[in-house]
Each structure stands twice: as C-alpha cells, then as structure tokens.
Write a protein that binds this ligand. Structure first.
Ligand SMILES: [Cu+2]
Length: 203
C-alpha cells in the first residue's frame, strides 16, 4: 500500500510542473523561478524591473500565444493601461472560454473592446488567467507598448496545436426530453457538444 502522504507529494509535483506560459507577447519573467508562483495574483509574483521587456502591440489589439499544460482550462485575458503595475480592469475576453488540450493556443488578434482608445506609445500590461477544476487560478503577465507600426503574428507563426480547441461556454438548452430534437448548425454543433453538460466541468 502506498502511504497517503507519498501520493500527495507526487500529485503536488505534477501540478507544479504543469501550469502555463505566455509565449507571445514576451512574458514578464520566469514564473517558475524561486519566489514566483503562478497561484499569486496578479502576475505570479514576477516583478517589473527597469529591464522589463515590452513587446510592441498594434493599436487595435495584438496576438497572444499560450503554452497550456492542462487537459482543459477556462481562460481570461485582461488589460491594464499604464507603465508600472497597472490595474487589470479591461477584459479582453468578452465571453467565458473553455480551452481543451495540452499545447499551443494562438489567437492571431485579440481585438480591443469598443470604447478603449489607445494612443501610440501607450504602455500596458496583459494578464492571462487560467482556472481549472479546483477553482484556484493561475496568473501570468506580459508587458507591452502599443505602437502604430506593430504587426500581429500571422499564418504559420500563429497556429494552434491540432488537439487544442476553444469553446464559448453558454447556457445549455433547458429542454430535458432529448438531445436529438434540435439540429445544430455545422458551425455550432461540435463546439456546443464540448460544453453541453448542464454546467458541469468538462475534462
Ligand atoms: Cu498547473
């Protein structure tokens, strides 16, 4: 019989090795380093320094590339305007998104919400939050400068792993008699199938 504490240690180790990284824009720093923890809001305890790298992002929004290490996650992207530790009060994910699959998730352009006006040279930070089955969130941040000459990643430089998919979480149909009475469109059929479990988490 395996002692319970050993099982716990192994589980913790596997959890710590997972988590996620922001591949683009460049992450503020190593959130796996000693003293950092992705469990820490808002930016995994990774501090900004005078040498903080800033990626140029187009004024209308830029690319986001994540390396995700869990079987599934909800994820959120928030924006904070300012140079030093801005508040992440602008959400860039207008809907609740459920990502499935371990690998690369690349969004060619995260479009800024209507009403958010950006000036050339504006500094900002991006916060990516993932939430899994336990309810505890993971955080990573990247620092950017909005620039009128910046471009988005395109084509082969921004593709998802073949096993990675994203579905918008929506209220499921409350009809209880049958799943076969409606004929979902080709566009919505597969995606809604991923999440039509009455609100329960999907692994
Ligand atoms: Cu993890």
């Amino acid at each position: 019989m395996v002692p319970q504490f050993l099982v716990s240690v192994f589980m913790l180790a596997s959890i710590a090795n997972a988590h996620f990284t922001i591949e683009y824009p460049e992450m503020r720093g190593d959130s796996f380093a000693t003293g950092a923890s992705q469990y820490n809001y808002p930016c995994a305890n990774v501090n900004q320094t005078s040498s903080t790298n800033r990626t140029m992002w187009p004024l209308t929004g830029g690319s986001l590339n994540l390396d995700l290490h869990h079987q599934w996650t909800y994820y959120f992207v928030n924006l904070g305007l300012g140079t030093d530790y801005p508040t992440f009060n602008i959400t860039l994910t207008q809907q609740l998104l459920n990502e499935t699959g371990i690998g690369t998730l690349c969004v060619p352009q995260i479009v800024l919400p209507v009403g958010v006006t950006i000036s050339d040279g504006q500094n900002a930070s991006i916060q990516v939050v993932t939430v899994g089955q336990s309810g505890s969130a993971l955080y990573n941040c990247a620092d950017i400068t909005f620039s009128s000459t910046a471009t988005t990643l395109s084509g082969s430089s921004c593709t998802n792993s073949s096993n990675v998919a994203v579905a918008v979480v929506q209220a499921s149909n409350t009809t209880t008699t049958s799943h076969s009475t409606s004929t979902p469109s080709a566009a919505s059929g597969k995606r809604s199938g991923l999440i039509s479990t009455g609100g329960a988490a999907v692994v």
